[in-house]
Every structure is written in structure tokens, then in C-alpha cells.
Design a protein around this ligand. Structure first.
Ligand SMILES: [Zn+2]
Ligand SMILES: [Zn+2]
Length: 229
């Protein structure tokens, strides 16, 4: 599958169907003159991600931010390469620094994938429950949504009359070695539902819209994990 436009200003440039089976979904947001890449895949297909931006007739040199929604290697493995080639700023939550910056590689789940993680310095460290960054004419809001990992973030943006949410690992899984916290996750999911997003860009399963489908998707997991608990 080729990289494609989801709606105005929003594209998918990587993922299992587009770049490599082990990649998370990689999204590109165009704020008008400035771009942000949401997550970076496992790493092997990082050069292809840059090629895919060009295929969409966008300029990779306009990438301002590389957002790491959390520190698992299927989301962060490509960051070091992309930062080097694009001179963009890596954005992550402070609680994910040990993973992203490579101080505690077991937090990246790299051994599960049998690859080596290439650490990267984080340029914009998110610390609060909610922070915003400007991207061209857009305001990109970062919600701290712990649960799957302690410093998971869910960015969202209001654009073209729609609210677009990037909720990468809503489905879990949960593992004590990653600092997963099911109670924190449940709270995080309630915050995402309260946003009433029109479009959910999910980290492994693609795109859900409209809001009714987003709601059903998130509530489905809340139900599933409640039954397990
Ligand atoms: Zn993960
Ligand atoms: Zn994931």
C-alpha cells in the first residue's frame, strides 16, 4: 500500500501495510509550512518514511517535530535516523526518557523484536498533564495518558472542523516490566473519550471515524479489560 491522505493536512506514511509489518502506524500532520511526524516505526524503514513524504509532494525539510507517543521500539526505532536526516526536534514525555534516550533499554521492548535500539536525545520534554506546541497555524495538544507505559502521550489537534486524536496503544498490552498501570489506563481512556474525537489515528490498527466508531473502539477495550480484572 502507498502512503495516503486521510483528510486535509493528515497522512499515513508508515505502518504494517505501508512500510514493514513490525512498524507502528506512522502519521504525518501538515500545519501549513510545518510538518510533524507522529511515531517513527521500528527503524529499518526510516529512509522509506522520508521517501513517502516526498511521494505525497511534501517537503521532508519542513518536518519540525518528531513525536514519540511512548518509548516502545516499534514507535521510536526510526527516531535517531529521522532526526539526523531532517534536523527535527524529538518530542516525548519526561517519564519516557529512560526508554527513548536509551538509559533503560528493557523499557523499549527491543529484545522482543530482536533488534538493537538506537537511542536519541529528546529536545522537547513534556512534563505536565497537558502541553501545547505550535505547528504552522495549528495547536498540537499533548495529553499525558499513562497506562500502557508511564509517559504515554496522546496528541490531538482541531483542524478543518474536526478533532483528530492520535491514540497509539489504546489496546495495550500491559506488562509490569514496562511500568504498565491498568487503573491509570482506564482514567486515560476516559479522558480520550471526553475529547469526543472525530478521527482516531490508532498506532497499529489504523484509522477510526466518525466519533461513534472511535467511542465504540475505546469502550470495547475498557469493557474487555474490566472483564479480565
Ligand atoms: Zn507500546
Ligand atoms: Zn505499539
Amino acid at each position: 500500500m502507498k502512503p495516503f491522505k486521510i483528510c486535509d493536512g493528515l497522512y499515513q506514511i508508515g505502518g504494517p501495510e505501508i512500510t514493514a509489518p513490525e512498524d507502528c502506524c506512522v502519521y504525518l500532520l501538515d500545519g501549513g509550512g510545518e510538518l510533524a511526524i507522529i511515531d517513527a516505526g521500528l527503524g529499518r524503514s526510516a529512509p522509506e518514511l522520508i521517501g513517502n513524504i516526498k511521494k505525497l509532494a511534501l517537503d521532508p525539510a519542513s518536518v519540525k517535530y518528531l513525536v514519540a507517543t511512548h518509548g516502545h521500539i516499534d514507535h521510536t526505532g526510526g527516531l535517531a535516523y529521522l532526526k539526523e536526516k531532517l534536523q527535527a526536534k524529538v518530542v516525548a514525555h519526561e517519564h519516557e526518557l529512560p526508554a527513548v534516550e536509551g538509559k533503560n533499554v528493557s523499557l523499549t521492548a527491543a529484545s522482543y523484536y530482536g533488534v538493537k535500539y538506537r537511542p536519541v536525545a529528546v529536545d522537547v520534554v513534556l512534563r505536565g498533564e497537558e502541553e501545547t506546541l505550535d505547528l504552522g497555524g495549528l495547536k498540537l495538544v499533548f495529553l499525558h495518558t499513562p497506562g500502557h507505559t508511564p509517559g504515554g502521550i496522546s496528541p490531538y489537534v482541531d483542524f478543518g472542523g474536526k478533532r483528530i486524536l492520535f491514540g497509539q496503544d489504546i489496546h495495550g498490552p500491559f506488562h509490569p516490566a514496562w511500568g504498565s498501570d491498568l487503573a491509570a489506563w482506564e482514567q486515560s481512556m476516559r479522558r480520550l473519550l471526553a475529547l469526543k474525537p472525530d478521527i482516531l489515528c490508532e498506532g497499529h490498527f489504523g484509522i477510526y471515524q466518525p466519533y461513534e466508531k472511535v467511542k465504540r473502539y475505546i469502550e470495547g477495550y475498557l469493557q474487555r479489560y474490566r472483564e479480565k480484572a
